[in-house]
Design a protein around this ligand. Structure first.
Ligand code: MN
Length: 381
């Protein structure tokens, strides 16, 4: 039932090769490799090959950054309870962790909330916001979600709950009326790099907060290990700022002093000195993701926050078990899906494949769908 692959080979661009190799002192082959990756100017190539941290853009270029920073520092001054409202994937888990750590470093009274994948689903929900308000929260800062929460934000502000949104998803036509809406994909956001992960947007907020609060200019770099992990796991293009984050983050992971990350590396059977994006994407990320897929992602945040190595190892062990469980459930669902297709060959004849079963665990249907995409080369719902 498989399909043949169709290779589309790019033809070399001799002129651009010549310009780049002359300007940058690189070979024609390297120049063409850069061109193949969508790098068409000498300036872009220089950034790609250099990738130093000082090439990151100023966080203040992001629309609403000033409003977000002002509101959060006001919360610190008034000793308000600030809730970081995240997401259950690795991008959301790492982003929630770094923002929580950064707010606490600033002296904020901060806590976090990650919605339950199966019981609540993705994004802001009114019940969770209502509960937070009842527990004394007066400011919510989202990570990796919220841009499509127009109704939820409106209901929250009626209650008297302020919301700062940080997200990287495509915004809807009508933005939520929040205190601040940070999202480089906002049409009116002049931030030059649009492909940050959710954890990357959280990092920009931390940079601005630390600068405004007078912390050292390199303090935010302490979070680069987690920013790198979330960025790789979210499969955003590794170009521009993402490439710089990953380049510097990988070496931070090698030397991380975070007990949770150390425990996760150990249980994944990875050697620290051989770290690349593959090890992050296929070793660490699935284990961290397992918590959210099978139930509650809060364990992922707790692991990354852990300060006691022994507690961290126990949590990593639980995540590893969860990941094995996820693999078994996934294999079963995949087998059932394939059997369904085999018994109904007409289902693979169309332009897309649509499958359903009430037996299938919602936490793994996305992964199974992408396995079927790899096999049948067409969209799978
Ligand atoms: Mn994300």
């Amino acid at each position: 039932m498989g399909r043949q692959k169709r290779w589309r080979v790019k033809s070399p661009n001799a002129l651009l090769q010549k310009i780049m190799s002359a300007e940058l002192g690189i070979s024609n082959i390297l120049a063409q490799l850069l061109i193949n990756r969508g790098i068409y100017t000498v300036e872009q190539a220089r950034a790609f090959l250099g990738g130093e941290l000082d090439r990151l853009f100023s966080p203040w270029l992001m629309k609403d950054m000033d409003k977000a920073v002002e509101r959060i520092l006001l919360a610190r001054q008034n000793n308000e309870v600030v809730l970081v409202y995240g997401d259950y994937d690795v991008d959301g888990i790492t982003g929630t962790t770094i923002l929580l750590l950064a707010l606490r470093k600033l002296g904020c009274n901060a806590t976090c909330y990650i919605p339950h994948r199966l019981e609540e689903g993705y994004g802001l929900n009114q019940e969770a916001l209502g509960k937070a308000y009842d527990q004394g929260v007066s400011l919510v800062v989202t990570v990796d979600c919220g841009i499509s929460g127009v109704e939820e934000v409106a209901a929250a502000s009626l209650m008297g709950l302020d919301i700062v949104i940080t997200d990287h998803h495509e915004p809807p036509e009508i933005l939520p009326v929040a205190v601040a809406v940070l999202d480089p994909k906002r049409h009116d956001c002049p931030y030059p790099f649009k492909e940050l992960a959710g954890v990357g947007v959280a990092m920009k907020l931390i940079q601005a907060l630390f600068q405004q609060a007078g912390l050292g200019p390199r303090e935010w770099e302490a979070y680069l290990d987690l920013v790198c992990l979330g960025t790789v796991a979210d499969i955003v293009p590794l170009q521009g700022e993402n490439r710089i984050i990953v380049k510097h983050g990988l070496s931070k992971i090698n030397t991380t002093s975070r007990p949770g990350l150390q425990a996760l590396i150990k249980i994944s059977g990875l050697r620290k000195d051989s770290f690349g994006t593959r090890e992050l994407g296929f070793g660490l990320a699935p284990r961290l993701n397992a918590a959210g897929r099978m139930g509650d992602a809060t364990l992922g945040v707790e692991l990354l926050l852990a300060t006691d190595p022994q507690v961290a190892e126990e949590m990593a062990e639980r995540l590893n078990k969860g990941n094995q469980e996820r693999q078994q459930v996934e294999a079963k669902v995949l087998a059932e899906a394939l059997a369904l297709l085999e018994n109904n060959p007409n289902m693979v004849q169309g332009k897309a494949i649509v499958l359903a079963s009430s037996n299938w665990h919602p936490g793994v249907i996305g992964i199974v769908a992408s396995r079927l995409v790899d096999r049948f080369y067409r969209p799978v719902l």
